[in-house]
Design a protein. Sequence first.
Length: 592
Amino acid sequence: MKLSLLPLFLFAAISSASPTAFTPQDKTLLVKESVATPHRWTRLGRAPSDHSIRLRIAILQHDFSGLEKALYEISDPDHHRYGAHMSKEEVEKFIAPNSTSLAFVDGWLASYGFQGSDLTRSPAKDWVSVTLPLHIAEQMLGTEYYMWQHTSGDVLVRTTSYQLPRYLHEHIELVQPTTMFTRPKGGVLHPERSAPMTSVNPITPLTKPHVDPSCATSVTLSCIMQLYNAVGYKPRATKKNAIGITGFLNEYANIRDLAAFYRDQLPAAVNSTFEAVSVYGGINNQTSAAGEEANLDTQFAFGIAYPTPGIFWSTEGTPPFVPDGRTVVDTNEPYLDWLDYILNSHQIPQTISTSYGDDEQTVPFTYARRVCQRFAELGCRGVSVLFASGDGGVGDGDSEPATQQCYTNDGKHTRRFIPGFPASCPYVTAVGGTTNIPEISASFSGGGFSDYFARPAYQHKAVSAYLDKLPHKTYDGLFNRAGRGIPDVSAQSRRFQIVWQGERILIGGTSASTPAFAGLVALLNDARLAAGRPALGFLNPMLYKHGAHALNDIVVGSNPGCGTSGFNATQGWDPATGLGTPDFRKLLDVVV
């Protein structure tokens, strides 16, 4: 699973604000945010003063609580507003900053010589970005930037603390890149990624007579359709419906590999392809090596949903890299670049799958909260947003579960399970992993409880029931019992047969379960649109309220990590497999 992270759009004139609104008396600098020395990072020397950096400034939104209320109403199948999704302009009215906040921020930037043409704004003007030399950024933020090196060799330019003038603290929520030491991860493509197909044996006997026995050794499109009761469904709303896949970190989806995959598994689709969309200069290079992640995501999501149109967004930006000369690091945050691009669009695919993420604790809370709020915007606009829950069990996936040493990075070095983000955001649907037939929890299925986000009302009953059954003081202090539970649902996640660089390989991870589940959601959206109903939008309130009986409850397995056996799969919701895996026909009865 992977992640990374935004720019934004034109200038709102400050002439309408009061002349005194941006000539504050008190310019005293106060610390806005500070973090401890991050785990596994070592501070090197000062960053070059002329290094170019793009600062992203989050301006206070005036009514996110109103937007959240609207999201839950239009996502609740028992509410009279269910399915009444909002337009781009309607969403922006909730989150646009007030004129005073805009005036103060613009005045502050103008005092350092930055005017309208230097600034890029988000559609709602709640984010503004500016590219500038590092020494100017240091003056503005009252800080010093250093080069930091991770134990992997990656290098970032960051600071552990920054300041803002006192008068701006109530108008600016955060400035980045400053204190965020993330290392975006793609799916840990478990563990069969290079295994010849003939060497993989079924782990358990196949006991479902309607599923082909070959599905016990390799998972194909046909296996997913058989296992999840979707065989024979014919999409009818292909002119209205679409599914999107995000691509980051120079992962390219290869069209020739897709054609070969279709020849193997879906001959009717051989002459079809997808729309590749460039975001901020991203490309879908067909001459470079294909990406395992990108091929997996597109082949299964688009194959399951075929002939539903597919879109693959390729967003420019790479992970941190070892500096070469005066090119210190790539400070792009392409994940948020993509969010800004998509939220500025009037037409958005109804289903979006993302297989990227990071440890929640590496993302500063203020940043995670604002990114999470952007997913709420997508939900309000009728988009089902799915994220892989991660491949580390209850840990970070950086080492074997039995030897993982999981600690907080807040300077206290407290032993703690490590939830993933953005899967921990309560406005997305987090997808865990299963394996075998009959299904059990995949041992790597990311799950647990958020340390940042409180448990949302829609999952209170299901998660509370799980915690009530958990033996007293189990993993006491290792997780947040009041946190948002992860994942929401699951799907098969091992031994997916794809074509990569012209060869068939087996691959897996929650990077496989997420596009598979998303493909089925796209078919559900197709059925609703064909029936003249709106798309599903944000899925979770419906799934927890009426969908549990339409999911296959997984009651065997666990997700070990951090030197523990993790959480067990059990009856009802659990933090290994969520509510379970889909039964498409039953879900169809629920949503249409």
